[in-house]
Write a protein that binds this ligand. Sequence first.
Ligand SMILES: [Zn+2]
Ligand SMILES: [Zn+2]
Length: 240
Amino acid sequence: MAALKKFLDFIFPRHCIVCGKENPRGGFDYLCGECAGGSFIAQVPRCKRCAEIAPVSAFGCAKCEGEELYFDEAMVVCEYAQAGRELVLELKYRGGTYVAKDMARFVSKVKNAKDFFRGAILVPAPLHPSRLRKRGYNQSEVFCKGIAKMHAALDLKVENLLIRKRPTTTQTALTKKDRILNVRGAFEVSKKLKNKIDKGAKIVVVDDVMTSGATLNECARTLKKCGFKNVRAFAFARRS
Ligand SMILES: [Zn+2]
Ligand SMILES: [Zn+2]
């Protein structure tokens, strides 16, 4: 196996997506040890309710106080910076589905990730069919499959339980209030799967990036409205 890997690296060299180093070693396929260990992945205390950086890791913080959040808990892997940002851009805009495994490997770095995920149904934040056709894949679904595959012991399933019925303009330039309005009513629960999944099942809605949390919150609201009781939010990177 090691010999085959060496041979493949010789024929098809891998490169660190951040610095370009050839055939990086150290546990990641497309990141060298140095780029994989940047400050973006520093495990700082985060609010268990909204996943923002907080003075202590408790349920609720100053940033989410008074906010109506429909997910019961939230978790992110890293900051949207350095390799954390490059992985998302590679996956989302450069056709780099091959980085999903590396993104999934980072999940083990997060404290309590095992308990957060164990036995869950992973539900990708959905893309509108027109966007899906253009990109050819839903990056969040690819990330979900990476997590399920790389953490087989956690007994995870991936189900496209949510559907995006309305295309939304990109959220990047919007204020927090406009983001909430922009995604309001954009999703529905799949009629095909609705009654096949137990309403008490642990559901984790997964997105690549969490900024205001509006998308994940609307996903959770849609699921709760349909009767799902146990809904969590997870994103690879958090833009603070
Ligand atoms: Zn590198
Ligand atoms: Zn909070």
